[in-house]
Design a protein around this ligand. Structure first.
Ligand code: MG
Ligand code: NI
Length: 473
């Protein structure tokens, strides 16, 4: 008799999710569905609002990645003004975006995933958290906490507050950077670099222990998409590039504002979350991944010396693109390293203290698209306004959406490997969750709701009979 295993919701992820596994007569997993309870309110709420309120309003979509929404939204508003923002403003927004990447990647790696990596996928779930990490490896625990604080503190210094900063505005930023603040950031860089390098060394020396996970954690051919500039991953702007599983460029220098020409969103009956795919290859053949792994796969160079070395070593893992989503973790660490180096370069430029940071204009375009790389991947904000500048229509495509197809497929791959018959083992459950965590989905963004909930797992036969159930907090 076929059965259904429901994991609801997933722990150590931001937000609220549910996984349903459908088994066949022999107890083998046949299909997997990843659901988030999505409230698509924000695209509707903002209709009728003045466009210049959008960056601040959009930053409230998410308590996890407000900075990413702030930046994409401010860029969409720049397009409505049809201005080129002052170079210093663009540099300051870059620093803000990189700081967000550092703090978010540190949260993902140290708080959410390092418990599995350090303590093992089969360790006591009560110990698999940042406190367990701090007990087992105090240096790593402390380093991770401080690295996240480093990113958060930069955001605070630039934008005034960590959560929902409103400093990026249409046309630039609201305030220039003070010299003392720049110096304070620069003084924190050596420790952040040292922590990241040490963690990378530790991670690489442990890769052998994760052969099974590398082999089964969403390890399959797909396309990869990211913003690129000068053949490097571009976090703040650039043009979109798609590469295939062999690492071959299949589309390049695409205008991000014309995303609708090459990205289409499919719908599935089991979830409100859409399934974007690369249009020329159809659905679901046009499956692509975004985020750290994608950015390192689309790039042909890294652009900063320490990260360049690590990137070269990383890309030698596979002949083509690096395909295992387990390596999102690895890519995340390399990106932290790159981001710290970039922040240093940006702040070493004396022009960063320039006071010309905001262009003003009236409405010069009835439509604006803002695209940036959020920590989790490409983030698209698209607005239309009337003659008074009131929003008439908005569309957002978030990173977690782009990865939706790949996450579903990854869950199926892991479940097929680790789910045996109708037994709900802790190790199996944790691996199903762990594959999702590799993508670091921002479920707060996907659901537009905050909060974590306990795990619920249900094993259900096709006739609806509950065969087994497990719960944990
Ligand atoms: Mg949308
Ligand atoms: Ni978010």
């Amino acid at each position: 008799m076929g059965q259904k295993i429901v994991i609801d919701p997933v722990t150590r992820l931001e937000g609220h999710a549910k996984i349903t596994l459908q088994t066949d007569d022999k107890g083998a997993v046949q299909s997997a569905q990843f659901q988030v309870t999505q409230l698509r309110g924000f695209e509707k709420f903002c209709e009728g609002r003045p466009f210049y309120e959008m960056p601040n309003l959009m930053a409230r979509i998410c308590g996890i990645c407000p900075v990413s929404h702030l930046i994409a939204s401010a860029k969409a508003c720049d397009a409505i003004l049809a201005v080129r923002i002052p170079p210093t403003a663009a540099k300051l927004r870059r620093v803000l975006n990189l700081a967000q990447l550092i703090q978010s990647h540190a949260l993902s790696f140290f708080y959410l995933s390092s418990p599995d990596l350090l303590l093992g996928m089969d360790a006591d779930p009560a110990k698999r958290n940042i406190l367990g990490v701090a007990a087992a490896n105090p240096e790593m625990g402390r380093g991770g906490v401080r690295l996240r604080q480093f990113g958060q503190h930069i955001i605070e210094l630039l934008a005034g507050k960590r959560i929902h900063p409103g400093w990026a505005v249409p046309g630039g930023v609201s305030e220039p950077l003070a010299g003392e603040k720049r110096d304070e950031i620069l003084a924190m860089i050596p420790e952040a670099l040292a922590t990241t390098r040490k963690t990378l060394d530790w991670f690489k020396s442990n890769l052998e222990n994760y052969r099974d996970e590398i082999r089964t954690f969403a390890n399959f051919p797909s396309l990869f998409m990211a913003l690129v500039s000068d053949d490097q991953a571009a976090y703040y702007d650039g043009r979109l590039r798609f590469v295939d599983a062999k690492g071959k460029i299949i589309a390049d220098k695409l205008d991000p504002a014309r995303y609708a020409e090459y990205i289409e969103e499919a719908a599935e009956p089991f979830t409100f979350m859409k399934f974007p795919y690369y249009k020329p290859m159809g659905y679901p053949g046009g499956i692509y991944r975004v985020g750290p792994l994608a950015r390192l796969n689309v790039a042909r160079q890294c652009g900063t010396p320490l990260a360049e070395q690590e990137w070269t070593e990383f890309r030698s893992l596979d002949r083509g693109a690096v395909l295992s989503s387990f390596h999102y973790h690895y890519a995340r660490l390399i990106e932290i390293l790159h981001a710290i180096e970039r922040v240093q370069l940006l702040l070493d430029d004396p022009g960063i203290l320039n006071h010309q940071v905001r262009a003003t204009a009236s409405i010069n375009s009835s439509e604006g698209v803002g695209v940036a790389e959020a920590p989790r991947g490409t983030l698209i904000h698209h607005y239309r306004v009337d003659e008074q500048g009131l929003i008439t229509w908005a569309n957002l495509i978030i990173a977690t959406g782009h990865n939706n197809l790949a996450m579903n497929r990854g869950i199926l791959q892991v479940a097929k490997h680790y789910v045996k018959a109708n037994k709900l083992t802790e190790g199996m459950l944790n691996r199903v969750e762990a594959v999702i965590r590799t993508f670091d989905p921002c479920l707060s963004c996907s659901t537009h709701a905050l909060g974590q909930m306990p795990l619920q797992v249900r094993l259900v036969a096709p006739d609806g009979l509950l065969l087994d159930e497990a719960r944990r907090n």
